[in-house]
Design a protein around this ligand. Sequence first.
Ligand code: GLN
Length: 316
Amino acid sequence: MTASDTAQDLDALLEEVAEVARPTARQGELADYIPALRDEDPDCFGLAMVDMDGTEYVVGDVDRPFAIQSISKVFSLVLAMQKADRAEGVKKELWDRVGVEPSGDPFNSLIQLEREKGIPRNPMINAGALVVDDVLLGHCENPREEMKALVSELAGEEVTIDERVADAEEGTSGRNRAIAYLMQSFDNLHHTVDEVIDAYAHQCAVQMTARQLARASRFLANDGVDPATGKQILRPPLARRVAAIMLTTGTYDAAGEFAFDVGLPCKSGVAGAIMALAPDRYGITVWSPPLDSSGNSRAGHVALHELAERLELSIF
Ligand code: GLN
């Protein structure tokens, strides 16, 4: 089989996967807490898969931007781990303040926090991401710009932040503020709640496309090296740890289900995207806005299941 046959086969395979997954979107529901999500077209569907040579296999709406929402938690964690790798003190600060266990609870739950004295279970739930932002506020000149620069570099294109989405996030941040105040009461927040919520709202509002996210994820499937530039973004053991956190916590209380029927480290966002890593092979992102009850893209889940089965991508 020649290289171009393979490429054609993969394009056809992606079409088939999209055909199976698309109709299942109607089983999900759009997030409705802000206008940008409430008004999204539920029939949008995009699937992008980028290999380590940079070949891009795509189907559907892969160039239409959406808010990356919780997928940003991967990139803020990467930024914090970069800082932590350069200073033992930051490393201790980070991992003393946030755990690496699955929560088994919804992404915005407060229940464990009270019982576990303000230490979030992991950096992929809201509480954990707020602590990571608090750490970044202490160690970055401008966390918002640094994160934007990192994802732009990884995506190979300048990304933007939608200020309207950031404003809407801040305007509906009651629960995240409650989480932040609770952590503050346990001395696990060092900046003001306003500063931390502002940083978090802006990272949720970063606009990217499925194609850009698939590109941007590749370094995590490539021992921490961005294949586009050869730059080591994270040392290999650290890149593997990010992947481990994605696998065990990236889809919240459905992480077990994703491990079971996809078998790849994944991170979802409430705008309906799921970014997945196929180690040494592909960076993948699927986007379909309607969500299941855990807040993961319904059709995205189905698409990743189909793709992983057909290409034997499971890491297990
Ligand atoms: N902005 C959302 C929130 O904080 C992000 C959550 C998500 O994407 N799962 O609730």
